[in-house]
Design a protein around this ligand. Structure first.
Ligand SMILES: Cc1cc2nc3c(=O)[nH]c(=O)nc-3n(C[C@H](O)[C@H](O)[C@H](O)COP(=O)(O)O)c2cc1C
Length: 157
């Protein structure tokens, strides 16, 4: 299974650390959208899309890049994110990215989220939120997520 991970990680590199952990298990390269030709995605069986969460949504650069992707025919994808707070049950920001990917013809097979150190300006006053995240448990959870994903997709292909 050939996989690639597209990741925008601008704040503290939190999401990049998660992407690298998943990438290690899936044997997938982690790339910024600026560093991959969208046409190349057609050569992968699985594509991961992730970023930090900014004002309750994925990074605008990732969303804009996805909006401009060439339409796919049910190419398998997964979504991942880090955020200062645990994702609220409603509205779920992962749902909005999933919907966007589905519009581009992707079949989103799984999601991974965890906390990431957050220094959005009001939180700086108190030293930030979710300090130390992603921590070793988050990294291990990301690895387990990737192992599960790999096992399921290998069994179904
Ligand atoms: C301007 C700004 C807005 C943010 N908005 C949210 C938010 O709405 N919800 C949340 O849980 N975290 C929010 N965060 C925290 C980031 O999602 C968190 O730090 C994330 O791990 C950053 O990922 P990165 O280091 O890969 O860019 C915000 C951070 C910044 C700087």
């Amino acid at each position: 299974m050939k996989a690639v991970i597209v990741c925008v990680s601008v704040s503290h590199g939190n999401t990049r650390r998660i992407a690298e952990a998943i990438g290690e298990v899936l044997d997938a390269q982690v790339v910024d959208p600026a560093d991959i030709d969208p046409a190349d995605l057609a050569s992968y069986d699985l594509v991961g899309f992730g970023s930090g969460i900014f004002t309750m949504n994925f990074h605008p650069r990732l969303r804009e890049w996805i909006r401009a992707l060439p339409p796919q025919d049910r190419r398998r994808a997964f979504v991942f994110a880090t955020s200062g707070m645990v994702e609220p049950p409603f509205p779920r920001y992962t749902r909005s990215l999933t919907a966007l990917l589905e519009q581009r013809g992707y079949d989103v097979v799984d999601l991974f989220t965890c906390r990431g150190f957050d220094t959005w300006w009001p939180l700086r006053i108190i030293g930030g939120l979710s300090k130390g995240h992603p921590d070793t448990r988050d990294i291990q959870a990301a690895r387990s997520f990737a192992e599960g994903l790999r096992a399921r997709l290998t069994a179904s292909s």
